[in-house]
Write a protein that binds this ligand. Structure first.
Ligand code: NAD
Length: 337
């Protein structure tokens, strides 16, 4: 029997997770919650997705001719598990309803870590999340940091991480966010919140992060410096990055050295929405000095957490092992490896 999954909050993350759920052999999308009858609701309807809305919004949807399957509470009741992709902080309000109706839920990185029984990164702590009723998939930047840190940890134990994050200012659909011509420390305070978020998964890691917002919508870029217990060879660092799922090495020999070019690759590959759920590590940037490994990578903020949401559903419902879940998710979503 497939697991019945509901998506509450059908925006940037929610609509991608909904599409991903529809591609899983062991999941069924029961419907999505929408609050306003906008273009996203209209397209969801065109795709045959059932739409559930707040009681007071039914009339608004009727007026524009988008059929409503029921209220958001009906949707939650019909599901075994809810992926909550509502805006930051709204998930905490919905948690009370999930608890009342005794439903499992996956929250996003915009919620505080305390909302969940475990913060989640498929490559780092899938087993810790097994059977947990409430799981929080960490933010896009934290998901990328954790993937790279847990990969490099296989070469030698990671003792210290220092990272600088250049954040995209807004997602492509966001018309009211900026800056459009400035670099803005995010915040002008060290460490940035990303370090604390990494510590919600790897508790005692010595990590300091700094972040700046840049006027771009395409991707984030990270500059990471990882100190290991042992002296390592560059080839070993490259090999582990090469062989870790959801991390792709990008060589300058193909001429894709900028986020705009990576997005163009996604377009040429006819990726859905030009998504790049893999961490894109620039292989020429990998530099090793004694026990320090440094490199640069790009992060597609809108899609990187999508495979992790699918794995978090399987972990919460105890459907299968980490290895099997990561493999099935990757194959179904066409992730490069
Ligand atoms: P979004 O604004 O694109 O989507 C949120 C959706 O929730 C919208 O469709 C909105 O109409 C809907 N919504 C608002 N109030 C609601 C309510 N009360 N009930 C039901 N639906 C409601 O936001 P997003 O970017 O998808 O972010 C969602 C979560 O994912 C946040 O926690 C965010 O921090 C996290 N996240 C975002 C990104 C990103 O780059 N966009 C990346 C990783 C994680």
């Amino acid at each position: 029997m497939p697991v019945n999954v509901a998506i509450n909050g059908y925006g940037t993350i929610g609509k991608r997770v909904a599409d991903a759920v529809m591609k899983q052999p062991d999941m069924k999308l029961v419907g999505v919650a929408k609050t306003s009858p906008n273009y996203e609701a209209f397209i969801a309807h065109r795709k045959g997705i059932k739409i559930y809305v707040p009681q007071q919004s039914i009339k608004k949807f009727d007026e524009v001719g988008i059929p409503v399957a029921g209220t958001i509470e009906d949707l939650i009741k019909a599901a075994d598990i809810i992926v909550d992709a509502t805006p930051n902080g709204v998930g905490a309000q919905y948690k009370l309803i999930y608890q009342q109706l005794q439903k499992n839920a996956i929250f996003q990185g915009g919620e505080k870590a305390e909302i969940a029984d475990a913060s989640f990164s498929a490559l780092c702590n899938y087993n810790e999340a097994l059977g947990k009723k409430y799981i929080r998939v960490v933010s896009c930047n934290t998901t990328a940091l954790l993937r790279t840190i847990c990969a490099i940890n296989k070469v030698s134990k990671v003792e210290k991480v220092r990272a600088t994050i250049v954040r995209r200012a807004a997602d492509q659909k966001e018309v009211k966010k900026g800056p459009i011509n400035s670099l803005v420390p995010d915040p002008a305070l060290v460490p940035s919140h990303h370090a604390k978020d990494v510590n919600s998964v790897i508790r005692n890691l010595d990590i300091v992060t700094m972040a700046v917002i840049a006027p771009t919508t395409l991707m984030h870029m990270h500059f990471i410096n990882i100190t290991l217990r042992d002296r390592v060879e560059k080839k070993d660092a490259l090999s582990v990055l090469e062989n870790t799922p959801r991390i792709v090495l990008v060589s300058s020999k193909y001429g894709a050295e900028a986020t705009a070019e990576l997005v163009e690759v996604a377009r040429d590959l006819r990726r859905d929405r030009n998504d790049i759920p893999e961490v894109m590590v620039f292989s020429d940037s990998v530099y090793v000095k004694d026990n320090e490994v440094m490199f640069m990578y790009a992060v597609h903020q809108e899609s990187i957490v999508v495979p992790e949401n699918i794995d978090a559903i399987r972990a919460s419902m105890r459907l299968m092992s980490a290895e099997d879940s990561i493999r099935i998710t990757n194959e179904s979503l066409g992730i490069l490896k």
